[in-house]
Design a protein around this ligand. Structure first.
Ligand code: MG
Ligand code: MG
Length: 259
């Protein structure tokens, strides 16, 4: 069942979305060659807790960290580690916060130092897929319109979309109905209504869409070892159109009161 949010609940989701958006935009600025993914995780957790929130991922089904840290051929759910980011990597950071009982969820893929044009294009197209998906998050559209927007743009650029992992409704729980695949057919699936809140998250692969999970039981990688990129926003559907709750301006910062 898709849970619509009241005005009051939407206010809370704006706050959790803004917080996780601010955390992620700060983490982006820390990414450079020589930094370990564990250092990024530690900073994320401190920022979230200092703001009076909880890192939603930590302990979620036993996941041990505050961010998912997925490098190059890793698609999603990678463990932060003592891996040192290298020039030419692409680094996906996925982060969730729970603030006053409501969850915000967002992800981005960051080029590390100077990155080859083919990987930069993969990152750019993935962001464009998310933009196009957001534009479909409108009252009266169908869920299939979202997946279709992602799939057709990814495939038009010679990429594939991951089938095994999907976006989701979000609210008091990180994963609510409906599942939001990154593929689909226009006009199919449930109608989108005002008050729904979706976490839309294209996972776009340079090669095959097939995936496998590493021995840690979490890290998802491309079956062919080619790179993958991920981008995610939490989006509220309003009568006036999509409202991206996790989008913050690049100059926005946590107010001193919450730091
Ligand atoms: Mg996420
Ligand atoms: Mg998500």
């Amino acid at each position: 069942m898709i849970i619509g949010k009241s005005k009051r609940e939407l206010e809370k989701m704006r706050a959790s979305g803004r917080l996780v958006g601010l955390v992620l935009s700060h983490l982006r600025t820390l990414v450079q060659p020589g930094v370990t993914t564990m250092e990024i995780d530690r900073i994320a957790e401190k920022m979230i807790r200092d703001a009076g929130a909880l890192p939603t991922f930590k302990g979620y089904n036993g996941f041990p960290y505050s961010i998912c840290a997925s490098v190059n051929e890793q698609i999603v759910h990678g463990f932060p580690s003592n891996y040192t980011l290298k020039e030419g990597d692409i680094f996906s950071i996925d982060c969730g916060v729970t603030l006053e009982g409501f969850v915000g969820d967002t992800a981005t893929t960051v080029p590390v130092g100077k990155v080859d044009e083919d990987k930069l294009k993969l990152v750019r197209v993935t962001e464009e897929c998310l933009e196009r998906a957001i534009q479909q998050c409108r009252v009266g559209n169908h869920l299939g319109d979202i997946g279709w927007a992602v799939q057709q743009h990814a495939e038009a650029n010679g990429y594939s979309v991951v089938r095994d992992y999907v976006g989701h409704g979000i609210g008091r729980r990180m994963h609510e109905d409906p599942q939001i695949p990154n593929y689909g057919k226009p006009g199919l699936g449930p109608k989108i209504k005002a008050g729904y809140v979706f976490a839309v998250e294209p996972m776009v692969n340079q090669g095959t869409h097939f995936t496998k999970v590493l021995a840690d039981g979490w890290t998802v990688v491309t079956l062919d070892g080619k790179p993958s990129a991920h981008a995610e926003h939490t989006i509220a559907i309003t009568e006036d159109g999509p409202e991206v709750l996790t989008l913050v301006s690049s100059t926005a910062q946590l107010e001193p009161a919450v730091i």
